[in-house]
Write a protein that binds this ligand. Sequence first.
Ligand code: ZN
Length: 248
Amino acid sequence: MSITLVFHGDLLYFLRNAPESTERRVAKVFERIASVKDLIESQGVPHTEVGRIELGGEGKIFGYIPNHGETIHVYPLTPPVNATKPSLLRPNPVAEVSFVADVNVGRLAKLLRLLGFDTLYDPSWQDKELANLASKYNKILLTKDRELLMRKSINWGKLIRSISPWDQLAEVILFYGLSDQIKLFTRCTNCNQVLEPVSKEEVLDRLEPLTRLMYNQFTQCPACGKVFWRGSHHKHIEEKLRRIAGCS
Ligand SMILES: [Zn+2]
């Protein structure tokens, strides 16, 4: 009994005991019968990172059970990944790009909301709840925990590799090709609710004197009531965005 899996490209990042080399592929030999997904994950590669599984040039699904002597090629998802499009490995695409974020990427969650992306986040959620939410609402799970991504119920997920939240944001935007879907300052960073326009009169008593004087357009979160306006910090964030993700 001998099955060979050849891991390609960025998947080498995940391999346990990957040899130090400049090769862009690593072969692993198995001597047991299991689904190709089990074999892949036994090497530390979450199924969520795999874009294509090939045998003799033909695509295979995660449940495929390799036969003796077969050599299977495993390729990473390659950006920009369109999560709204069905594929052989993921026949159930997301209806629209939205996220669930693990506590280890909490600041990234707030930044995604700042850009208008629906991002569920609660620092008290445990792995089981995160997996359930991602599965139930078919959202993309963002985490730094690769074991979490190996849960069977998770269809869409990404292991965040960058350290700083702004770099993580760039990683997500570029990976899913989202730069043209950014709606800056349309969602509450605290509660993920879509902000609603509110008249100046309605919020006048809650504004600082200088804000009252300088701004006329306001939005409000229907959940927490926080008031937002286009201030000087907007420009700063817009510039930062342009720099990191090449988007405006
Ligand atoms: Zn709010």
